[in-house]
Design a protein around this ligand. Structure first.
Ligand SMILES: [Zn+2]
Length: 244
């Protein structure tokens, strides 16, 4: 699957907010069409492993839990900054998705799923950018991307002016992750059904509709197996919750 979008000379795609819904629809209709039939959770592990042939592994990446996930674009190794040198490197084969051990367990299911979708999104969007054989310039990029806690599932204001390529990369991975886990078509369907049930006309207004908003967001989050926060952000982006 190749993305047909404009690219900077260094291999970084130039993507707009609305592109991610299209890319997610393309990926899902190609590989997991049934998830688009009605609102339901995406089997993100199966999408990554069975369709993109990625290897999902778990390890303690950094002792402070600062890095939640990594994606290796070529065979490489990662030396943790926080562990002693005796620990040695974590070997990463091309196509390895490394998820921090802190995300294991039932309580972290939604954040783990989001991180997996975020890492898969790096694979989909940034493989060319990081590939050592694909680079036209001498500047060598890391063979992996390491994703910090603050970059995953965050809600940023639209300050695009001072973004580095790395910021763009993280923003793109986060945007595509949300669009994969909460595809626009079925997400809109789910929210509109609940709006009808709860008698909400067009959108929720913070302050006025707090109680209803909490109930609706929780129910949508259950439907897609996503966190409350990620679901709320998706609803804001799609205009179902007014920005305050
Ligand atoms: Zn990332």
């Amino acid at each position: 699957m190749k993305l047909e979008y404009p690219m900077k000379r260094n291999g970084m795609y130039l993507l707009k907010k609305k592109d991610f819904d299209d890319i997610a629809a393309l990926v899902l209709s190609n590989y997991m069409p049934r998830v688009l039939e009605y609102p339901k959770p995406l089997d993100i592990e199966s999408l990554a492993q069975d369709e993109f042939y990625l290897d999902i592994r778990y390890d303690n990446i950094e002792p402070d839990g600062r890095i939640l996930g990594m994606m290796a674009f070529a065979d490489t190794e990662y030396y943790s900054r926080g562990y002693s040198a005796e620990r040695g490197a974590i070997e990463l084969a091309e196509g390895t998705m490394l998820i921090d051990y802190s995300l294991c367990g039932k309580d972290n299911r939604a954040r783990r799923r989001y991180t997996q979708a975020h890492e898969l999104s790096h694979w989909i969007c940034h493989r060319g950018y990081h590939s050592p054989t694909n680079q036209q310039y001498e500047f060598r990029r890391n063979r992996y991307v390491a994703c910090r806690t603050e970059n995953i599932e965050s809600y940023r204001r639209n300050d695009f002016s001072e973004r580095t390529d790395n910021d763009w990369e993280e923003w793109q991975a986060d945007s595509l992750a949300a669009a994969l886990l909460m595809p626009k078509k079925t997400f809109v369907e789910a929210v509109e059904t609940l709006f009808r049930e709860y008698g909400v006309r067009r959108y929720l207004l913070p302050g006025r509709d707090n109680k209803i908003a909490r109930d609706i967001i929780s129910e949508v989050a259950r439907t897609f197996d996503t966190s409350y926060r990620a679901t709320q952000i998706r609803m804001i982006h799609l205009g179902f919750i007014a920005r305050d």
